[in-house]
Design a protein around this ligand. Structure first.
Ligand code: MN
Length: 401
């Protein structure tokens, strides 16, 4: 096992096996790029300005955008160099001054979100929502096993973890016709997001085997959802204002290189999929997700069993020739396992609001109340028994303004 000279890094989920990228400000200063190691952040701008890392100046920028566009060879070279700097003792005296305690920084959204797409790739989630929203009908729509269903979301309202979530207004159905007001069924969706680095030309397709040429890394997503607004508006064109008011992401992007040990076989697909969705080696990521509601652990969604893989999602997203831009973000869809304590939304946890959940403080919930805080975290297996940490995506609901 590689030994890191940074105190507290070895044995933590943020040792050199992880090294997620983010952006930070210190004391109201300008935004800079960083890599987390232990409970510290390595100032990448400082490192590149001192010629400790060479990335063509991309790491001196306030966002990862230029670095994301550089591609796999540069990503891998840079990661190797950072590992060297943090493990070889001869670098310690020069690099230690570039490490800043996380407690002294504010974390920011580290990339410019291009387009945002959200999928619907958990069979269990889709089946649960089918039962709750369309009782008496087949659990899955006829297309569900043939393509990864998705929709285009709103990139401009993707916010970094910690951003307050203002309860949205909208229309909801009532027995007397539509009513306008603050959502009464505000919910979460625990998801995993994929950040595109290398763009494509209009008309180009990304086959399943080219996933790693384009996707830089992985981040946690909370796709906040107003179920009453969504249920009234979603047919026939899909989610709109019930989702677009805010989507939170973790401040850390875990690079794909950190996840080599986290891939597991994905479920066998039946019926077989069309050729462009076929994979020689079907793999999913073994992320263990945890959802906390006001500090109470309410669910542990398993990501490994997702029916559609991130490589299939990317292949489908581009099969019509739609181009990718650096910073495009696509999310898995709500992650739900088979058990009630494995679901990724409160719609499912409270079964459409009919079965309240008891929190540790004795209070009961069906959907989110003003002042509630939801935190989603995840870990994955790393090399040599180590753990990969994904940071957290958190948000507190504030009253409708
Ligand atoms: Mn979603």
């Amino acid at each position: 096992m590689t030994t890191c000279w940074v105190p507290g890094a070895d044995g933590s989920p943020y040792g050199v096996q992880t090294l997620p990228y983010g952006a930070f400000r210190r004391g109201g200063g300008e935004q800079r790029l960083g890599v987390r190691v232990g409970d510290l952040v390595l100032d990448l701008r400082g490192a590149e300005e001192a010629d400790e890392i060479l990335a063509g100046g991309a790491l001196c920028a306030p966002t990862l955008d230029a670095f994301l566009a550089m591609g796999r060879a540069q990503w891998t070279t840079t990661r190797r160099r950072i590992v060297e700097l943090l493990t070889e003792p001869e670098h310690q005296a020069r690099i230690a001054p570039l490490l800043i305690p996380l407690s002294e920084v504010d974390l920011a959204l580290p990339f410019t979100v291009g387009d945002y797409v959200d999928f619907y790739s958990s069979e269990q989630h889709a089946s649960n929502v089918g039962q709750i929203f369309r009782p008496g009908q087949p659990l899955l729509t006829p297309n569900w096993r043939h393509l990864p269903i998705g929709y285009h979301g709103r990139a401009g309202t993707v916010v970094v973890s910690g951003t307050p979530i203002v309860r949205p207004y909208g229309q909801r159905r009532s027995s007397d016709g539509p009513v306008f007001g603050p959502s009464r069924r505000l919910d979460i969706e625990a998801e995993v997001g994929f950040v595109v680095g290398v763009p494509t030309e209009l008309g180009e397709r990304v086959p399943t085997g080219r996933f790693a040429d384009h996707v830089f890394g992985v981040t946690l997503v909370n796709d906040w959802s107003a179920r009453d607004i969504q249920a009234w508006e979603y047919q026939p064109l899909g989610p709109f204002l019930g989702k677009s008011f805010a989507t939170s992401v973790s401040p850390w992007i875990v690079p794909l290189e950190a996840l080599d040990h986290a891939w597991v076989p994905a479920p066998v697909q039946d019926p077989p999929v069309l050729d462009y969705l076929r994979e020689d080696d079907r793999r999913g990521l073994d992320l263990a997700i945890v959802v906390e509601w006001n500090g109470t652990r309410v669910s542990e969604p398993p990501f490994a069993g997702m029916y559609w893989t991130p490589a299939q999602q990317l292949a489908h997203l581009t099969v019509n020739g739609a181009s990718l831009r650096t910073g495009d973000l696509y999310a898995s869809g709500t992650v739900s396992g088979v058990r009630r304590d494995q679901v990724g939304s409160f719609l499912e946890l409270s079964w459409g609001g009919t079965e309240p959940i008891k929190l540790d403080d004795g209070s009961e919930r069906t959907f989110l109340e003003d002042g509630d805080t939801v935190t989603i975290t995840a870990t994955a297996p790393g090399p040599d028994g180590s753990t990969i940490g994904f940071g957290d995506v958190t948000g507190t609901v504030t009253p409708a303004a």
